[in-house]
Design a protein around this ligand. Structure first.
Ligand code: ADP
Length: 164
């Protein structure tokens, strides 16, 4: 039987426990989830793609059903190339919905056979975003418990004033 593979795309700058929550929930439905790091031209990244991949790999190393990869160009082309069938995205608050709907409909227009699945995050991650984590760490606040250890270590290197 063909394995059902979903791709969870994003900037992951850096990976948070919110992202990991969505990926782990995705494994209840899919055989494998590939975390695909892409560059969002609308966002100014703190970490390089290589740094992001290292942090994510360290965070998911114990789960053989999660893979980490990078992609450039159209997400749907990448998904077809690797033989996946679905896009996995997380929803936190109503404000996520507008952009996510646009993205999902554009991807459907580009490739009607690839479905986008939205999963609801855990209550504890409702306010967690990479942007909020970076802003808090840069100002010296603790983000312990909001990001995996590998990301916490990298943020500490980048922002030595950050409390632990
Ligand atoms: P992008 O730049 O494509 O939005 P992100 O890395 O910011 O990439 O997010 C990737 C996906 O993870 C998006 O679907 C986003 O809604 C979701 N996500 C981000 N933070 C959380 C969270 N705390 N809980 C659930 N989903 C989240």
């Amino acid at each position: 039987m063909n394995k059902k593979i979903a791709v969870c795309p994003g900037s992951f700058d850096p990976i948070t426990n919110g992202h990991l929550d969505i990926v782990r929930r995705g494994l209840c439905v899919f055989d494998k989830v590939i975390i695909a790091v892409g560059h969002n031209p609308l966002k100014k990244d703190l970490f390089t793609t290589e740094e992001k991949v290292v942090m994510i790999r360290e965070s998911v190393v114990s789960n053989t059903r999660i893979e980490v990869d990078t992609f450039e160009g159209l997400l749907v082309d990448y998904i077809i190339k690797i033989g996946a069938c679905a896009i996995l995205r997380g929803l936190r608050v109503i404000s996520d919905f507008e952009l996510e709907l646009q993205l999902a409909l554009m991807n459907r227009r580009l490739c009607p056979t690839i479905e986008t699945f939205f999963l609801m995050t855990d209550f504890n991650n409702l306010f967690v975003s990479s942007t909020m984590v970076k802003a808090t760490a840069a100002a010296g606040g603790s983000v312990e418990g909001l990001v995996p250890d590998a990301a916490l270590k990298k943020l500490q290197e980048r922002f030595p004033i950050m409390k632990v």
